[in-house]
Design a protein around this ligand. Structure first.
Ligand SMILES: NC(=O)c1ccc[n+]([C@@H]2O[C@H](COP(=O)([O-])OP(=O)(O)OC[C@H]3O[C@@H](n4cnc5c(N)ncnc54)[C@H](OP(=O)(O)O)[C@@H]3O)[C@@H](O)[C@H]2O)c1
Length: 325
C-alpha cells in the first residue's frame, strides 16, 4: 500500500512519528517520506538516523495552511500526529492548544483536499472521549473536524479517518519515564495520585501497526479504536519498583480515575470488529460501516456499551507490565 507512495507525517519528529517512519521504512519502499514539524534541532537529530534517499525534512507549523499546502504537493497519504498534548500546559495556555490542535487540524484538512491527498489519518486520544480537560476537548474538536471533513470533499478523492488510543508505554512526559527518573534521583517513596487509577496501555509499535492497517481499512469518517489491555497504576508501580513504598498524593486537576475510549452515550454509533471498535460519524451520509475495505465485518455493540479502562476485561499482570517497560 505504501510502496512508491509519498507520505507526509505532521509531528514526524515526535515519539509516534519517529516510530511510524522507522516501521514504514522497514516494511515498505515509499517514494517520499516528509517530516513536517517546527523544531530544526529535532529534525537535524532525526536526519542523522533517518537519512534515506526518500526522506525529506520540512520545517513548518500546522497553524500555517500555506506551508502545509507547499509540503503536501503530490503527497498520497498524510498522518496527522502533530499536537500539543500536555494536560497542564493546555490548561495554562488554552489558546495555544486550541490554535495547534483545532485550527491546525482544519489547516491539515484544507491542505489535504486542495492537494488531492488520497487518505488522511489523524491521531486522537482516549482523553477526547467525554473530555474533562482542554487537551481532551481540543482533540474531540479535532476528531469532529476530521470525521466531518469527508462531507467537504465533493467528488475529490480525499478521505479522512481518526485513530484513537490510550497511554503509550514510555512516551515523552508519561508516567514510566517519570517514575524511572524519580528512582534515578534516589527518592524514597513512589508518588501515586490515586490507588484506584487505571489506564489503557499499549506499545508504540502496536499503535503504529494499527494506524498502518487502518489506511487499508478506512472508507472515511471512522474513529478506529484498538482493543488493548488496561493496567492498574498500583501494578505498574510494583512492576517498576517492587520494594518501594507508595505515597498517595491525590488526583490532579484534569485527570480521570479511568479513561474511556467508546462513550456509552453514543453506543448506537459504535461497531465492534474482531480486534477493534469503530465509532461511526454522527453525520453518516448513508455509508455502510459494517463492512470495511478489508472485508472485515462489524456488529453493533449492546445498548449502553462503554469501553472503559476500569471495566476492560483484559488487564495486564505485574509480570506483563515488567516485560513491557
Ligand atoms: N503519547 C501518548 O501517550 C499518546 C496517546 C494517545 C494519543 N496520542 C496522540 O498521538 C499524537 C502524537 O503524539 P506523540 O506522543 O508522538 O507526541 P510528541 O512526542 O510530543 O510529538 C509531537 C510532535 O508534534 C510536533 N508539533 C507540535 N506542535 C506542532 C505544530 N504547531 N506544528 C507542527 N508540528 C508540531 C512536534 O515537533 P515540534 O515541537 O518540533 O514542532 C513533535 O514532532 C498526538 O496527536 C497525541 O495527541 C499520544
Amino acid at each position: 500500500m505504501f510502496n512508491d507512495k509519498s507520505i507526509l507525517v505532521t509531528g514526524g519528529t515526535g515519539s509516534f512519528g519517529k516510530k511510524f517512519i522507522k516501521i514504514l521504512l522497514e516494511k515498505y519502499n515509499p517514494k517520499k517520506v516528509i517530516v513536517f514539524s517546527r523544531d530544526e534541532l529535532k529534525q537535524f537529530e532525526m536526519s542523522q538516523t533517518y537519512n534515506q534517499h526518500c526522506m525529506r525534512y520540512f520545517i513548518g507549523d500546522v497553524r500555517d495552511e500555506a506551508r502545509l499546502k507547499q509540503a503536501m504537493y503530490q503527497v498520497d497519504y498524510v498522518v496527522h500526529a502533530a499536537a500539543l498534548k500536555q494536560v497542564p500546559a493546555a490548561e495554562y495556555n488554552p489558546m495555544e492548544c486550541i490554535k495547534t490542535n483545532i485550527y491546525g487540524a482544519q489547516n491539515v484538512i484544507n491542505a489535504s483536499i486542495a492537494c488531492g491527498v488520497q487518505k488522511v489519518i489523524a491521531l486522537s486520544t482516549d482523553k477526547a472521549a467525554n473530555p474533562i480537560n482542554l487537551y481532551g476537548a481540543t482533540k474531540l474538536a479535532s476528531d469532529k473536524l476530521f470525521t466531518a471533513a469527508n462531507n467537504l470533499v465533493g467528488n475529490r478523492p480525499t478521505r479522512f479517518s481518526v485513530v484513537r488510543y490510550g497511554n503509550v508505554v514510555g512516551s515523552r512526559g508519561s508516567v514510566v519515564p517519570f517514575f524511572q527518573k524519580l528512582l534515578k534521583d534516589g527518592i524514597k517513596e513512589l508518588p501515586v495520585t490515586d490507588a484506584r487509577m487505571t489506564r489503557f496501555w499499549l506499545k508504540l509499535e502496536d499503535g503504529v501497526d494499527f494506524v498502518l492497517k487502518n489506511f487499508e481499512r478506512m472508507q472515511g469518517g471512522e474513529i478506529f479504536i484498538p482493543k488493548i489491555p488496561s493496567m492498574r497504576i498500583m501494578d505498574l508501580a510494583k512492576a517498576i519498583a517492587p520494594e518501594m513504598p507508595i505515597k498517595i498524593i491525590g488526583i490532579r486537576p484534569g485527570e480521570k480515575l479511568h479513561e474511556i475510549m467508546c462513550p456509552s452515550d453514543i453506543y448506537y454509533e459504535t461497531l465492534e470488529f474482531g480486534d477493534h471498535y469503530v465509532i461511526m460519524p454522527s453525520t453518516n451520509l448513508g455509508m455502510d460501516y459494517t463492512h470495511n475495505q478489508l472485508g472485515e465485518k462489524g456488529l453493533p455493540v449492546k445498548d449502553g456499551f462503554e469501553y472503559n479502562s476500569g471495566t476492560n476485561p483484559h488487564f495486564l499482570t505485574v509480570d506483563e507490565l515488567k516485560e513491557m517497560n
